[in-house]
Design a protein around this ligand. Structure first.
Ligand code: SF4
Length: 368
């Protein structure tokens, strides 16, 4: 059994992160969890910030071996939301006090799509201005690898955060779970480009991939630190039956769920002042899995706003919870849950990570 490192320190070696991720004894898990929660409250405060998640299109040019909407999956019914629908959803998010939205799509690089997206971002920024949100709703994009020029255009249009998951920082594992035309180095360059342009940059990994080790996961956390990442969105790997990785052996669900929570805690201890999302993949493995993530250091929640008929088609992994998160009852019960654990809902705020304004990242073009 590996001894726990000093949990009050702020710099952790690879070996120490491996020790954090390896804990299974309930007392040790609680010690790591409590330390992560303490760092979160000290560095980021007790707010939980909401980003309304709009899955605007499930069309994708890529063929990632784990993804349910990969281009080779002929069972996917393709959709792209109309501009007006996206605007209405953004307005609904603003009315609900979310403060921010995430626009997520498959990776599309064609001009028509990108021109329309640029225009949509501009309109959202204008139309969501209110007394509560004087600079409009905050916009995070999650639309994959793009050229530097595209990243610049969309930043100028008003998006100020970008999420691009690296999925794994082990280059050998990366090449095993992606087709030959996708490269680890390209994705790293994209992350660096986004940072240079001024986005607050998010990334993340899948936890419990076939062939992934605890040492790999510790390296993932060190990569987040080296790349000066502002936001983390990661969750357990969930095999999709219609993909090449659908039948490949991986750790059992309980192990992936446990590791999902420990990754959040360890990332909080190492990166300290970044935003970390409690992702729905945690909920897919356990109905309480996502809420539990808030006790392990997460401080961002992404309520699903995609309309009912489209959300079933954005099927990245099976068992994705079909949550009615934009109704009032859910908001009330989520607020009550946060109160119980000493946290508050950060309404009408962009909820940027303190890291982004502490010189750890570039300043956002606007502030709220
Ligand atoms: S993971 Fe993203 S880029 Fe890869 S196939 Fe799925 S939607 Fe496309």
């Amino acid at each position: 059994m590996t001894a726990l490192p000093d949990l009050s320190q702020s710099v952790f070696s690879h070996e120490e992160i491996v020790a954090l991720l390896s804990v299974v004894d309930p007392q040790d898990v609680e010690a790591v969890r409590a330390a992560a929660e303490k760092v979160l409250l000290k560095e980021c405060g007790n707010g939980v910030y909401l980003r309304g998640l709009i899955e605007a299109s499930n069309v994708c040019r890529c063929d990632c071996h784990y993804c349910g909407i990969r281009k080779s999956n002929t069972k996917v019914r393709h959709y792209t939301l109309a501009q007006n629908d996206i605007l209405l959803l953004a307005q609904q998010a603003a009315n609900l006090g979310y403060g921010s939205i995430v626009i997520q799509t498959g990776e599309r690089q064609n001009k028509t799509f990108l021109d329309a997206l640029e225009k949509t971002i501009q309109l959202i920024k204008t139309e969501t201005v209110s007394d509560a949100l004087p600079q409009g709703i905050g916009i995070t994009l999650c639309i994959g690898e793009q050229t530097e020029e595209t990243y610049r255009r969309l930043f100028k249009a008003g998006a100020h955060r970008y999420l691009l998951r690296i999925e794994t920082t082990n280059p050998v594992l990366f090449s095993r779970i992606h087709p030959a035309d996708q490269h680890f180095e390209t994705r790293v360059h994209c992350l660096q480009r986004l940072k240079k342009i001024g986005y607050q940059v998010g990334t993340g990994v899948m936890i419990g991939l076939p062939g992934q080790t605890i040492e790999d996961l510790a390296n993932d956390i060190l990569f987040f630190k080296e790349q000066d990442i502002d936001m983390i969105g990661m969750g357990p790997f969930i095999p999709h039956p219609d993909t090449p990785l659908g039948g490949v052996a991986c750790p059992d669900e309980a192990t992936r769920l446990h590791l999902g929570h420990m990754m959040i805690a360890a990332t909080r201890l190492v990166l300290r002042d970044v935003n970390i999302a409690a992702t729905t993949a945690l909920q897919a493995l356990d109905p309480a899995g996502r809420e539990r993530a808030f006790r392990f250091g997460a401080n961002v929640m992404m309520p699903l706003m995609t309309p009912g008929e489209a959300r079933e088609d954005y099927n990245l992994y099976p068992g994705k919870p079909n949550l009615k998160e934009t109704n009032n009852d859910y908001q009330v019960s989520f607020s009550a849950f946060l109160n119980e654990i000493g946290r508050t809902l950060g309404q009408n705020q962009w909820g940027d990570a303190p890291h982004a304004s502490r010189g750890g990242g570039n300043s956002p073009p606007f502030s709220s």
